[in-house]
Design a protein around this ligand. Structure first.
Ligand SMILES: Nc1ncnc2c1ncn2[C@@H]1O[C@H](COP(=O)(O)OP(=O)(O)OP(=O)(O)O)[C@@H](O)[C@H]1O
Ligand SMILES: [Mg+2]
Length: 454
């Protein structure tokens, strides 16, 4: 298999241990160094993402001065390197000091190869997430559009944002399809803001939240005395959106009789208030959204096909958050910056376990769920850094047991890498194989082994 192994720098003066580690980490290209000069030379040439560093090195093999000096040098040269320090028995003090100086983690000697292997693997994983996040963050500013409120660096979502921007000025009716919390309302506003109607009213109505009997009056308004309780003439939402944009959220929930009335408005662009006699011309842009499968509803006769085509001159499908490569971490950092300032300014960021959990969580509630979990964590966190537990993203106990199993940890990281490569290459096998540094047949084997779809 032609997969290039990532370099792992092991700074260790015990030759026997060096050899043992080389043997133990067959997945990595282990580069051993036993002093400061060779360690820093290897850091420059191989640029390892992860370094394990023995603190007790000559000329101070029983102390920590040389180890700390190397740690400081690594942090100055390549601050994103994940350094895992090894300290002798009972040296908790120096381990903590190392963390303060920028080390990622520590372990105690004597070395337990399996548990150190897990720490090393997680360090590589975190380094990958952070590197990707930096790359994405720089892409966000390049992507800055009128849709400035939409945070994304994922190609899957950038495509959507560009489409919204392009149709903004055309006046065509747009239907947004996406699961809950994917940003339907945010995109509807973005559409309004990128049209000539910006500055006029943006009126949103959630058709699922209003009882059927009231929805007609909500939409079309009523004249005084039209029905019991109609004490004064009231404009409906459609009229309120005069000159602007009307956002019909959960449009699939509009009952059939009202669908007919809405269709008539879309054809004639005039409304009559309930109990009114005159036709009122309304110029408004219609944007609608639903999480329902309207095609199924049309087949079942519960949604009018003619209305569908009026509402959906353009259909925009919003991908779920889990399918936006790298966006979860990006958005989490965005929400943290936004809310920590007012809610809990002592919070400085996410702990590594939180970043990992955010990257791998499936986000069934999409961006809304992420936003809520970050807010909750900002309130809950005792520390400067938010942990996975603060976000309530702790995996179940048996999951943890599984995480301690090297084979499954490896499998999980393989899966993650393959998914990333496939997403980036839009499912192209050759490109993905190239990105992963493996042959096409090997990739096919892995896809089969892990039951993944290209
Ligand atoms: N790409 C994004 N960048 C920044 N914030 C976002 C993004 N997508 C969604 N949000 C935020 O997430 C929250 C949910 O978004 P929104 O209300 O637009 O989703 P929705 O699809 O209408 O959800 P629901 O189905 O629950 O009504 C909002 O606070 C919104 O500002
Ligand atoms: Mg909504």
């Amino acid at each position: 298999m032609g997969r290039p192994k990532p370099p792992l720098l092991v700074v260790e003066d015990d030759q026997g241990l060096q050899a043992q580690l080389k043997w133990a980490y067959e997945d990595f290209d282990v580069i051993a160094a036993s002093d400061r000069d060779s360690a820093l030379a290897a850091l420059r040439s191989a640029e390892p993402a992860v370094v394990t560093l023995d603190l007790g090195l000559p000329p101070d093999p029983d102390g920590t001065t040389e180890g700390f000096a190397i740690l400081d040098a690594i942090m100055a040269l390549k601050p994103d390197t994940k350094v895992i320090v090894a300290s002798g028995h009972g040296a908790r003090e120096s381990a903590l000091q190392a963390i303060e100086r920028g080390a990622y983690d520590f372990y105690h000697k004597p070395v337990d190869i399996d548990s150190l292997g897990l720490v090393v693997r997680r360090a590589f994983n975190l380094h990958r997430i952070e590197a990707e996040n930096r790359r994405l963050a720089s892409r966000v500013s390049e992507n800055a559009t009128v849709l400035g409120n939409i945070i994304t660096a994922a190609p899957e979502m950038t495509k959507v944002a560009r489409m919204i921007e392009r149709v903004g000025n055309t006046g065509v009716s747009v239907m947004l399809l996406g699961a809950s919390g994917t940003g339907k309302e945010l995109l509807a506003r973005g559409l309004h803001d990128s049209s000539g109607r910006k500055g006029r009213a943006f009126v949103a109505i959630n058709c699922a939240a209003i009882p059927e009997t009231l929805l007609e009056a909500e939409l079309f308004g009523h004249e005084k005395g039209a029905f019991t309780g109609a004490v004064k003439t009231t404009e409906g939402k459609i009229e309120q959106a005069q000159g602007g944009t009307l956002f019909l959220d959960e449009v699939g929930d509009i009952p059939l009789p009202l669908q007919v009335k809405l269709l008539r408005f879309l054809q004639e662009r005039t409304i009559e208030r309930i109990g009114g006699r005159k036709a009122i011309a309304v110029d408004t842009r219609i944007v609608c959204a639903t999480h329902q499968d309207l095609e199924k509803m049309i087949a079942a006769g519960t949604f009018r096909e003619d209305l569908f085509y009026r509402l959906a001159e353009i259909v925009v499908k919003i991908p779920p958050l889990a399918e936006r490569t790298g966006d979860a971490v990006l958005l989490a950092k965005h929400f943290l910056m936004r809310f920590a300032r007012e809610m809990n300014p002592t919070i400085k960021g996410f702990a590594p376990d939180a970043l990992e959990a955010i990257d791998t969580w499936n986000w069934p509630g999409n961006v809304r769920e992420l936003e809520n979990r970050v807010k909750r964590a900002i309130i809950m966190a005792d520390d400067k850094l938010i942990s996975a537990e603060d976000m309530d993203l702790n995996q179940a106990d048996d999951d943890m047991a599984e995480a301690l199993n090297l084979k499954s940890a490896r499998e999980r990281s393989d899966r993650a890498m393959i998914r990333h490569a496939l997403a980036r290459s839009e499912g192209n096998i050759s490109t993905s194989a190239k990105l992963l540094g493996i042959s096409r047949p090997t990739l096919y084997d892995l896809l089969k082994q892990y039951d993944l779809q290209p």
